[in-house]
Design a protein. Structure first.
Length: 324
């Protein structure tokens, strides 16, 4: 940076990806502020601006943005963890629309990086790859809500309101994985069994038919950093490792890494969703070409990072004889 530090405003900065991104941005020397509904339970190495983007008026939100004068605004709002289906529109699409409405009123014009989801593309036949030009035809409520959010950003960019790029991200794993997610629940159950000495652990899950493109949260953060540098106005770039892995295999890998004796039981399959929703593999070439980014961490590193953090959260020291 020539004359002043890069200023980055991260909406949703206390969430799974947002927390990692804020820490990584600070490590680059950027001045960072995280926008969140409430102060985080654990500290972040940046400013916290408390505001509910879903209910704030455009003028109030514009005032907050202008007070910080960011060069870049990252919208990391829109998780589905622990969110009821009926609330996904309000949690995903509404914040993006409000941010775009606010940017129509601001004096500053930050570059926007919006974090979307690969589920915006909708079902992919098994064996096929989701590509940058794949049509967006989501069938899930979450995919539809995330697509509405991405469209709000891209429409604002087409109108000349902002310069913006969208990253459509695959399944994210690694340290910080929410406890309510599949991997978070498995890790939590294993740690509870260790803490209570009720071994072997019994982990009951719905049938694990899916094959998904999982990518480490640290790699995702680096993809966002690359996007802030590359500035890809009007473009949509999928972010993934380029590999569809069986979710059951990933659960078994987490159990193996933990070293905890465990039995994983799959319950009868629910009759929801479509078969196509069970396969996701992302073409990684556009991210390499447009952002200069590629995922570098293995899934073993991802589940190891999750397990190490889960042990710390449960106050468990590495049990002798249970670790890799």
């Amino acid at each position: 940076m020539a004359d002043e530090r890069e200023r980055v405003l991260v909406a949703g900065g206390t969430g799974f990806v947002g927390r990692r991104l804020c820490a990584d941005l600070v490590a680059t020397g950027a001045e960072v502020a995280a926008v969140a509904r409430r102060a985080p339970d654990s500290p972040l190495p940046c400013r916290i601006l408390t505001l509910d983007v879903t209910t704030a008026s455009p003028g109030e939100l514009a005032g907050l943005i202008d007070s910080f004068r960011p060069h870049t605004l990252v919208n990391a709002i829109g998780s589905n963890w622990g969110i009821a289906e009926r609330d996904l529109e309000a949690n995903c699409a509404v914040p993006a629309r409000r941010l775009m409405d606010a940017l129509r009123r601001t004096a500053c014009r930050p570059y926007v990086v919006h974090l979307g989801s690969v589920l915006e593309y909708g079902p992919t036949p098994p064996g096929e790859t989701t590509r940058i030009a794949s049509p967006a035809r989501p069938t899930t409520t979450y995919g539809k809500a995330k697509l509405a959010a991405s469209r709000a950003v891209l429409e604002a960019a087409a109108e000349g309101v902002v310069e913006a790029g969208v990253l459509r991200i695959g399944n994210v794993a690694g340290p910080g994985t929410p406890a309510v997610s599949l991997l978070g629940r498995v890790a939590g159950r294993l740690a509870e069994a260790v803490a209570r000495d009720t071994l072997p652990a019994v982990v009951e899950l719905s049938q694990l038919r899916a094959h998904r493109d999982y990518v480490d949260v640290r790699d995702v953060s680096e993809a966002v950093l690359a996007a802030t540098r590359a500035r890809i106005p009007g473009l949509v770039v999928p972010i993934g490792r380029g590999e569809a892995v069986a979710v059951r295999w990933l659960v078994d890998l987490l159990v193996e890494v933990s070293g905890v004796p465990a039995e994983v039981r799959e319950l009868p399959a629910a009759t929801t969703g479509t078969a196509g929703d069970d396969w996701v593999r992302i073409d990684p070439e556009p991210a390499r070409r447009l952002l200069g980014w590629t995922a570098v961490r293995s899934l073993r590193e991802s589940v190891s990072g999750l397990w190490d953090e889960t042990l710390r959260a449960h106050g468990i020291h590495d049990p002798a004889g249970m670790r890799r």
